[in-house]
Design a binder for this molecule. Structure first.
Ligand SMILES: CCCCCCCCCCCCCCCCCCCCCCCC(=O)SCCNC(=O)CCNC(=O)[C@H](O)C(C)(C)COP(=O)(O)OP(=O)(O)OC[C@H]1O[C@@H](n2cnc3c(N)ncnc32)[C@H](O)[C@@H]1OP(=O)(O)O
Ligand SMILES: Cc1cc2nc3c(=O)[nH]c(=O)nc-3n(C[C@H](O)[C@H](O)[C@H](O)COP(=O)(O)OP(=O)(O)OC[C@H]3O[C@@H](n4cnc5c(N)ncnc54)[C@H](O)[C@@H]3O)c2cc1C
Length: 613
């Protein structure tokens, strides 16, 4: 049963001072979730790659039996063409394929998993992700469909629109994308040029990309896959620009998949990574859609063309905020994958001697190698746990927002913006460190690490370019600092601006106290935020306008947002490690890991910490 494990790896594992199952269960949300996470991809491979023996079937069913209701519809007869081909040919790596071939292979696998997800009635988004992740590695051509397309319908559509469109998306009767970015604008949404002009006579919107720069450019799945877009455009009605609104726009014929009249669409060409995602361009030449195709949960256009504005014009941005949480979580998991590969490699790679004549050692024995890897293990845990903490905050705030209470929206926007920037930058640095820790073999595509980097590093750009996201968060933090300067009441998350003091009890020869670590990061964040605010006010005092002073202080404002995220991450890591109910040996180890993460952060940002004493 199973392949033999490398003796060096087995030895390293046998030296663990804790039960790894405790951590795995914690990370995946408990033994039940873990069981399903393990069976779902195994199910795909057993179904596709080997003759399913009766024993196999029983084993799978034993694993899944606890959810008979979920799998009653499980069809065991394997008729799918893909299944037969994979059984005969096995899985071909897309690394050696052309971009076209790689896209087609990913599409074939994705379509297969979409069909099986429906047949297995897998409704939980995480379980769908587990089911697909290993079988469709890298960028899934349906990624936009799974997340932003459906999220936009759910958060921007009326109940009737959700009833009408969501079943089409859930059953893949349509395949969607989220088309917002244009050739000329990605960040500055108020600069988007695509128009949706309301024709009151025919009660239709006329969609138009009037210039080359207004062409939609970048949306995933636009190149070949999608036949519908949730498209963001400038609404013009009764001669007035009513800002960016979202529209359901058919792109391709549902039977022939050919572009519809007035639609010019195609692939934008090769990219740094994400090779199996068909990011595309779209030009609209006065394409007409019915009035009912505008997503009208928050803002409306009445039959006579009257625009009814939303209670808060930021609500149209909710799909982006929601997806930033997905990106925040995936950054931690991507780093976790990379450092797992690099650590296992470091246990089996023997290179050089520590003691002359003592024989070549596992490179994991070099302290420099340990520093490269253990800091990234700690960072992966920190990002995954902080992402869970941020998501809990979001979920409680979002349920208030759904009841119309929008008071937490600014805090949520600041938290998601800064954490998305912090986590993706930290992930990019960490994955690259893991790749280099594997020497030449880390540079092989077969190691898996290069694709993790080239695919996920795009997350520093998409869903809000990181610098811009930090500046967005800094808007909120600066407002809080101004309020703190006036002694006003602050949102819970930023009250430390008024309370943080540097009363560290630890001395250098003691084992550092965890509460002191949180206090140090809190004080550093409060100091950097206060400094950024002071520089902004200095700019104003120099006679600069508000926007010029903002630009003058922007480098410090970015730092303020990152220091805030770093504090949020360290606090979440320590508080969750202390409160997770682990046995002593596991908790001791995790708190050691938390200290490593925090102290490594102090070394990397020693300028900040030295400055605040
Ligand atoms: C165990 C777990 C294992 C893992 C399990 C996984 C679970 C399941 C996961 C499933 C994964 C599926 C696979 C996914 C794989 C990845 C696929 C990725 C594909 C790529 C997708 C990329 C999609 C995109 O990129 S879409 C386009 C994104 N574009 C942007 O983000 C544009 C950014 N720009 C802006 O948002 C704005 O232009 C901005 C904010 C920069 C400027 O706004 P504005 O012009 O309005 O001016 P301001 O004056 O700055 O703002 C005014 C005011 O509004 C407030 N505000 C702005 N934005 C927001 C917002 N979003 N929310 C709330 N408030 C906002 C702003 O703060 C200002 O308020 P003030 O009060 O005035 O300060
Ligand atoms: C792999 C990938 C997938 C994507 N998928 C989609 C998708 O499905 N749908 C979609 O709509 N879009 C998608 N995008 C587009 C993405 O959302 C944009 O690229 C992103 O929003 C950044 O905008 P931009 O490309 O215009 O960069 P720019 O904003 O032009 O950034 C260029 C530089 O200008 C700086 N800058 C810009 N504004 C400011 C400012 N106010 N202050 C300081 N500096 C500033 C930035 O920091 C950056 O250094 C995708 C992009 C990628 C790479």
């Amino acid at each position: 049963m199973g392949k033999s494990v490398n003796p060096d790896l087995a030895k390293a594992r046998s030296q663990a001072t804790f039960d790894p199952a405790n951590l795995t269960n914690y990370l995946y949300g408990g033994p039940e979730k873990l069981r399903r996470k393990r069976y779902l991809p195994a199910f795909v491979f057993k179904e596709l790659c080997t003759e399913m023996s009766l024993t196999d079937l029983c084993l799978i069913f034993l694993g899944l039996l606890t959810h008979v209701s979920d799998y009653l519809g499980l069809t065991l007869s394997i008729e799918n063409m893909a299944a037969k081909e994979y059984k005969e040919e096995g899985f071909k790596s897309t690394d050696d394929m052309s971009r076209e071939e790689a896209y087609e292979e990913s599409m074939r696998r994705a379509v297969y998993t979409n069909k099986r997800v429906l047949q297995l009635n897998l409704q939980d988004q995480e379980e769908q992700y587990y089911f697909r992740e290993i079988f469709v590695p890298g960028a899934n051509p349906f990624a936009l469909h799974y997340v932003m397309f459906k999220d936009a319908i759910n958060t921007q559509g009326t109940e009737d629109q959700i009833q009408k469109w969501l079943p089409l998306a859930e059953t893949y009767a349509v395949t969607g994308t989220y088309a917002q970015t244009e050739l000329g604008h990605g960040t500055f949404l108020r600069g988007l040029e695509t128009t949706a002009e309301y024709d009151v006579q025919r009660e239709e919107f006329i969609l138009n990309t009037p210039t080359i720069t207004s062409s939609k450019f970048w949306p995933g799945a636009l190149g070949k896959t999608a036949n519908v877009a949730i498209l963001n455009a400038k609404l013009i009605t009764k001669g007035r620009n009513c800002g960016m609104q979202s529209f359901w726009v058919p792109l391709r014929h549902l039977e022939t998949h050919q572009p519809l009249p007035g639609i010019t669409v195609g692939d934008i060409g090769p990219k740094f990574g994400y090779h199996t995602s068909d990011n595309g361009f779209l030009q609209l030449n006065r394409v007409r859609i019915p009035r009912e195709n505008m997503l009208m949960r928050y803002s409306k256009v009445l039959q006579d063309g009257t625009f009814v504005p939303p209670e808060n014009d930021r609500l149209v941005y909710v799909p982006m905020t929601q997806f930033r949480f997905v990106v925040i979580g995936r950054s931690g998991w991507t780093l976790a994958k990379a450092v797992t590969v690099a650590t296992r490699y470091s246990a089996v790679r023997r290179q050089s001697e520590i003691t002359p004549g003592g024989g070549e050692v596992q490179i994991l024995d070099f302290q420099t190698q340990q520093h490269k890897l253990f800091t990234q293990i700690a960072s992966a845990y920190a990002m995954i746990i902080a992402a869970k903490a941020a998501k809990d905050l979001y979920d409680s705030a979002f349920s208030k927002m759904e009841k119309g209470n929008l008071e937490d929206l600014p805090m949520l926007h600041a938290l998601t913006s800064s954490m998305k920037a912090f986590n993706t930058w930290e992930m990019a640095t960490g994955v690259e460190q893991c790749r280099m820790a594997c020497g030449g073999h880390g540079y092989l595509l077969a190691s898996g690490i290069p694709q993790m980097y080239t695919d996920m590093v795009s997350a520093c750009t998409y869903e809000g370019e990181n610098t811009v996201m930090c500046l967005q968060a800094a808007r909120f933090l600066n407002k809080c600092q101004e309020a703190a300067n006036k002694g006003e009441r602050l949102p819970q998350l930023t009250r430390f601006l008024q309370t943080s003091r540097l009363n560290i009890s630890s001395s250098l020869d003691q084992d550092v106290d965890l509460n002191d670590i949180i206090a140090a990061y809190e004080f550093r964040a409060a100091t950097v935020i206060s400094e950024a605010n002071a520089r902004l006010n200095a700019g104003l005092a120099m006679g600069k306008s508000q926007s010029e002073a903002w630009n003058y202080a922007s480098q410090l404002l970015v730092k303020a947002a990152l220091a805030f995220s770093h504090w949020f991450t360290v606090r979440a890591l320590i508080e969750n490690m202390r409160g997770a109910g682990f046995d002593n040996s596991t908790e001791t180890l995790l708190l050691q890991l938390a200290k490593l993460y925090a102290l490594d952060g102090m070394l990397r940002y020693s300028g900040d910490f030295r400055k605040v004493g």
